[in-house]
Every structure is written in C-alpha cells, then in structure tokens.
Design a protein. Structure first.
Length: 319
C-alpha cells in the first residue's frame, strides 16, 4: 500500500468530517427556537430583555453564527466537547456512557447477521433459479421491505404478551456488571436489527458467489477433479469474500449512527437515544458532538474496510 494513497484517503476523510461539522451546525440552528425556548417553553415570553440576554450569553448563542462555529471547532480540536445545556453534565461524559451501548448493539447485530446472511447467500447461489433460491430471495425482500420500527414494535408487543417484557430506561445493566442481564436486554434489539442486515448480506453474498463461480479458475479447479466442497470454500467463497467484507463493514458503520429508533423503542441509553434527546431539547453541544463522533466512526470504519479490501485483493493495490 502506497503512502500517497493513504494520504489521499486521509485528506478525503478530513474533508468529509469538515463538511459534516458545517452541515450539522447549520441545520441545527435552522430549526425553530433555540436552547432557551426548548428549556423554558412558553415561559420564554415573560422574560425581560436583560434576563433573555443573560440566558443567551449563558448558552453561548448571543454571538454571531460564525463565531459560534469557530468557538465550537476550537473546543473540539482541543478535546473539549462542551457541557450539556439541559443536564449540566459534560458532553464527553455523556458520550462515554452511551458509546459502549451502541457499539455492543452494533457488534451483536453483525455477529448474528453475518454468518446467517453468508450461509443463506451461499445456499441460494448454489442452485440459482431453484426453489430454495427463490425462497431465500423472497425472504430477503421481505426483510428489506419491512421497516425496523415495525419489526421492533411487533417484537416488543409479542415479548410483553408472552414474557411480560417491558423495556425500562432505568433498568439497563452494563455488560461489566452482569453478562446474562445485559444480554437479556441487548439480544432482542440486536435480533431486530439483524433482519435487514441478513437480507443485505445475503443478497451481496449471492451475487458475489455467482460471479466467482463463473470464473476460469473455478472451471480449472473442477477440471482437476477437486471436490465440490473444497472448490466452494477454497476458491469460490474465498474470492467472494471481498464484497462481503465490504458490505459488512459499511453496515457496521451505519449501525453506529443508525440505531436511534431501536434504542428508543427498547429504551437503551445509547448514542442514538442521546442524539434524539439532544435534538428534542435543542441541546447544541450534545447534538453537534454526537453527530461528529458518529461521522468520525463511520469514515474510519470505511477507511479500514477499504484498506482491508486492498489487502485481500492484490489487484486493488495496482490502482
């Protein structure tokens, strides 16, 4: 891998993060109201000009927008993410508490969906056009068509009826305290997230498997009399692994910022729930820092996937 390529990718990554920072800053301030109205509601109208001005200085919204942006970016670059206007707690502390929940949920969903999706993809591609291929692809379409919040709502209703399971935001058990207690809360949302992931990974695996199966080296291996199992595992699936690794990495990056609804339905104190609360309360420091963190995680995961792709496929190193 050339240093020039790595430098180019890092430069693109920094440009992407800068664009995300500007976008979230502008969009957040384009919303009606501000941190004061979100905190006080209709009581804002009875404030005197002096009281309103004091609150604006307290929340840091009395400065011009460009000064607010440069002040925020300067603080972020020095490791200061600010203080939550609604709770008075350091944003860094809030993120440190919420990040492990989202990462664990994403890892569990990937660990469940990857083997199932790859197995179903290979099963469908081994007999293209057969009944099992049609059945697997039909299940995949259903998994992609049904929104996650619908599956989550049905799952919670079914669990509540069958096992008296009711998500409670105050009863979350960290993994460090109890493995069984933690998994009893994390497994259900991870399974819900896995439905769409399995369908995506299955479709990618099927396409990559069929493409690898039609290459010359597979026909050569068949001509040498190698066993079908060895051909499938050693030649076909190995060469089909590159797009599979790519899609799994992309989906993992998506999960780090795409679990807002699931965390809300299952009452998990993760980044998604923190972000949603910050948006509702127009807590600028929380929203800006959380979105920026998710963007950093997403671009780093994609960079890692790209480097892994180049390591697995020697042809990519020549580009």
């Amino acid at each position: 891998m050339s240093w020039r390529y790595l430098a180019t990718r890092l430069a693109g990554t920094l440009g992407t993060l800068a664009g995300v920072a500007v976008l979230v800053f502008v969009v957040l301030r384009a919303l009606p109201g501000d941190a004061i109205t979100a905190k006080l509601g209709t009581e804002t109208g009875v404030l005197t000009p002096d009281q309103l001005g004091a609150l604006e200085r307290y929340y840091g919204i009395d400065l011009p927008v460009w000064q607010q942006f440069t002040s925020w970016m300067g603080s972020v670059l020095t490791g200061n993410l600010g203080v939550s206007a609604s709770s008075g707690v350091s944003v860094a502390e809030l993120i440190v508490a919420a990040l492990p929940v989202t990462v664990e949920l994403a890892v569990l969903a990937i660990l469940i969906s990857t083997p199932v999706g790859v197995a179903l993809g290979v099963l469908a591609a081994s007999r293209p056009g057969a009944a099992r291929d049609v059945g697997v692809q039909s299940l995949g379409l259903v998994g992609l068509a049904i929104p996650e919040f619908v599956i989550a709502s049905v799952a919670v209703a079914a669990l509540a009826s069958a096992f008296s399971y009711f998500p409670d935001p105050g009863s979350y058990v960290p993994l460090s305290e109890s493995v069984s207690g933690n998994l009893s809360q994390m497994l259900y949302p991870a399974l819900v997230l896995s439905v769409g992931l399995v369908a995506t990974i299955m479709r990618t695996t099927r396409s990559a498997y069929l493409e690898a199966q039609s290459t010359d080296f597979v026909r050569t291996a068949q001509g040498k009399g190698l066993s079908p199992t060895r051909i499938r595992l050693r030649h076909v699936l190995h060469n089909a692994s590159i797009p599979i690794v790519t899609i799994v990495g992309i989906q993992f990056g998506y999960l780090l910022g795409g679990t807002v609804i699931i965390e809300q339905i299952f009452a998990l104190p993760g980044l998604g729930r923190l972000l949603l609360t910050g948006i509702l309360e127009q807590d600028y420091a929380v929203v800006q820092s959380t979105v920026l963190l998710v963007a950093v995680a997403f671009v780093l995961v994609n960079l890692f996937v790209d480097l892994t792709y180049r390591a697995l496929d020697p042809r990519a190193r020549l580009r």
